[in-house]
Design a protein around this ligand. Structure first.
Ligand SMILES: [Zn+2]
Length: 261
């Protein structure tokens, strides 16, 4: 499932390959995929003839600016990938089915130079919108300062993991990354957010930064040390204690009962 690291790879791919190419035709075959009242006709007339100029990101939302037109918001959902000229980010595989009529291409555009950008989404949980409300999202996890994190923690008695996953508070952290972050920080996922002391919140802040950097370098949110142990009978890679599996914030959560306190 795409988390912030996969979304960042997709953003980088758009930045490297899709900017400043003239949009000849917009393909919006799936009206369900267009959100907030957007219609295939409206998205075509808003984008055709323009160029993408900048690719930004806030959490898991990709924001693409256009010359004189709206901001194009792309959500990858649970299974979405961005394909440019048939190639996906972080994936050397060339998708043979990079055709407008492919059933999994929910949205896309062909460029005047013959290339294309597609959002390929087998599970159809992604979305496209124009001029998305960026402020409904909290600060991006990559840019989160210690002061911002402390302010977020003191305001909530909810389990720390649920707070970290709440996109309106911190944008970008999903289930796998949160488990890895809390495991690295040595913090029990069910602890009340406002129960963390200064030392613990500093440790948590460092763990968020380290997790994004290290897993980003390794190639994605599935490459965590704890992530590989997400199975029954697994042990903590740090101290060998049997891991426990619980549901926190509605999501399956793995943690170590020995060093996560
Ligand atoms: Zn442990």
């Amino acid at each position: 499932m795409p988390e912030i690291l996969e979304v960042e790879s997709a953003r980088q791919l758009i930045e490297a390959r899709a900017l400043h190419r003239s949009i000849e035709k917009v393909h919006a075959p799936d009206a369900w995929f267009l959100k907030r009242g957007l219609t295939p006709r409206a998205v075509r007339s808003a984008l055709q003839g323009r160029e993408l100029t900048t690719a930004r990101r806030r959490g898991k939302l990709i924001l693409v600016d256009t010359n004189g037109g709206p901001v194009l918001g792309l959500h990858l959902g649970m299974s979405g990938r961005v394909l440019i000229d048939g190639e996906a980010a972080g994936d050397p595989l060339l998708y043979a089915s990079n055709r407008p009529e492919s059933a999994w291409h929910r949205f896309g555009m062909s460029f005047a130079d013959g290339g294309s950008l597609y959002l390929r989404d087998p599970r159809r949980l992604g979305a496209v919108e124009l001029d998305p409300d960026e402020d409904r999202l909290g600060p991006d996890a990559f840019d989160l300062t210690l002061a911002q994190l402390r302010a977020i923690l003191t305001r909530s008695r909810a389990p720390i993991k649920a707070v970290l996953m709440d996109q309106s508070r911190i944008a970008g952290l999903g289930n796998l990354l949160c488990d890895e972050v809390l495991w690295r920080a040595g913090i029990d996922p069910v602890r009340a957010a406002n129960s963390l002391d200064d030392v613990e919140s500093r440790r948590l802040h460092r763990a968020i930064r380290d997790t994004l950097r290290i897993l980003g370098k390794r190639g994605g949110s599935h490459t965590g040390d704890l992530t590989s142990q997400r199975a029954p009978g697994a042990h903590c890679p740090k101290d060998g204690a049997p891991l426990i599996r619980r549901t926190v914030g509605g999501r399956t959560t793995f943690s170590c009962p020995l060093h996560q306190v």
